[in-house]
Design a protein around this ligand. Structure first.
Ligand SMILES: CC(C)(COP(=O)(O)OP(=O)(O)OC[C@H]1O[C@@H](n2cnc3c(N)ncnc32)[C@H](O)[C@@H]1OP(=O)(O)O)[C@@H](O)C(=O)NCCC(=O)NCCSC(=O)/C=C/c1ccc(O)cc1
Ligand SMILES: O=C(O)CCC(=O)C(=O)O
Ligand SMILES: [Fe+2]
Length: 362
């Protein structure tokens, strides 16, 4: 019979063993048909959110990118004001998006015993990791999400080590997103008086990539938990593909004197959601802002999302770019910091809103 809260509270059902050690994930719990949320997933009330219904993040059509400078301008404005926007006609082919969505369902549909081989303990490489929640060892309450995280080292490594059920589709999506990324970063940098993305800047802005496949199964008490808690990404830019279910919320008006709250990012077929991450906030000395976001759980549908995180190289030292501080006389708000130290700091703690960036503040 499916376990209930009462049973898990009396430890007759070893949740950690089932979810983590056996590789069933929260998908396994959901598939059992549990009728109530195990207590380990009940989030404190403060994690739940004030939703503002009538606001939204910008939706930008890129069809005229080459001919109309206003398109790039609206991207830069959205990156400054919201840190989040949706793009239409972004150049990543719809078949590529469909391919990686299908591949995500294929991967999570595998038996637990197969997915488990990619867990932290058994994975043949640090760059391939199947897991659940975000940082289960440091979280007071777990998050209702399973994931496969793939760090790109080379085509050869990906071919050899990424799961065969999804590797080609992931590589294809990552590569197409990279073309779009270069366009956006070129425009964002021009606005900061960075005229050329030379080799050094290319490394700082887009020297490494990670693709995550996120799976948020149907949840018995969605309002008591979260899919992903409040956080900002540690990337330069994130390119997120979400399916048609919805549930991603972005923080708006923080410290602006207007109602501080969360707006929904409605799924738009064929679109991509772009957001600024902490690395770009630091490199731009706060001109572009990484913004808090979170995902609620769904009571009736299984949701997937697929972010590509474009980041500095782990071995890069990041800090405000000279064009932004030296040339303009602006004071640096952030120290120089080794990017892999920054990322390790992020991964070692539970999600905590925008606190990661304090690690780099002067
Ligand atoms: C520091 C890294 C991540 C790993 O270095 P490593 O030398 O291979 O070390 P480890 O594999 O031992 O990982 C260090 C710690 O990070 C943790 N970790 C290693 N990948 C992971 C992993 N995908 N997941 C969650 N823990 C991990 C890992 O558990 C470990 O914690 P601990 O064992 O407790 O010391 C290194 O690859 C690196 O510097 N990467 C830079 C590029 C990069 O990955 N940037 C992050 C972009 S991801 C992003 O912006 C947002 C991600 C995100 C993800 C989930 C969310 O819910 C929300 C947001
Ligand atoms: O699932 C989503 O829509 C967003 C996921 C997210 O924020 C992340 O993986 O960093
Ligand atoms: Fe995120």
């Amino acid at each position: 019979m499916a376990p209930t809260v009462a049973e898990s509270a009396t430890e007759s059902f070893d949740l950690t063993d089932f979810v983590i050690n056996q590789g069933n994930g929260v998908k396994g719990l959901s598939d059992l048909g549990i009728k109530s949320l195990p207590r380990q997933y009940i989030q404190p009330q403060e994690a739940l959110i004030n939703i503002i219904p009538n606001e939204s993040i910008p939706v930008i059509d890129m069809s005229n990118w080459e001919n109309d400078p206003k398109v790039a301008e609206s991207v830069c404005e959205a990156a400054e004001k919201f840190g989040f926007f949706q793009l239409l006609n972004h150049g990543v082919p719809l078949e590529v998006l469909k391919g990686v969505e299908d591949a995500t369902h294929r991967f999570f549909g595998l038996p637990a015993a197969v997915k488990r081989n990619y867990s932290k303990e058994l994975s043949p490489s640090n760059s391939v990791r199947f897991g659940t929640s975000f940082s289960p060892d440091s979280e007071k309450a777990l998050e209702w999400k399973d994931y496969l995280s793939l760090f790109y080292v080379s085509d050869d490594e990906a071919s050899a080590l990424w799961p065969p059920e999804c590797k080609d589709e992931c590589l294809e999506y990552m590569k197409k997103a990279e073309i779009l990324c270069r366009k956006l970063l070129t425009a964002l940098m021009e606005r900061l008086n960075v005229k050329e993305i030379d080799e050094k800047k290319e490394s700082l802005l887009m020297g490494s990539r990670r693709i995550n496949l996120n799976y948020y199964p149907r949840c018995p008490n969605p309002q008591l938990t979260v899919g992903v808690g409040r956080h900002s990404d540690v990337s330069s830019l994130t390119f997120l593909l979400q399916d048609e279910i919805g549930g991603l919320y972005v923080r708006v008006n923080e410290g602006k004197g207007e109602e501080d709250g969360w707006v929904h990012v409605p799924p738009i077929e064929g679109s991509l959601v772009i957001n600024v991450g902490d690395a770009l906030q630091i490199l731009s000395n706060g001109r572009y802002k990484s913004v808090e976001h979170c995902v609620i759980a769904s009571g009736n549908r299984n949701r997937i999302s697929i972010p590509v995180f474009v980041n500095p190289k782990p071995s890069d030292v990041i800090g405000p770019l000279p064009e932004v501080v030296l040339a303009s006389g602006e004071k640096p708000k952030y120290k120089n910091i080794l990017y892999s130290d920054y990322v390790k700091h992020f991964f070692r703690k539970a999600h905590d809103g925008k606190k990661t960036v304090e690690f780099a503040e002067v």
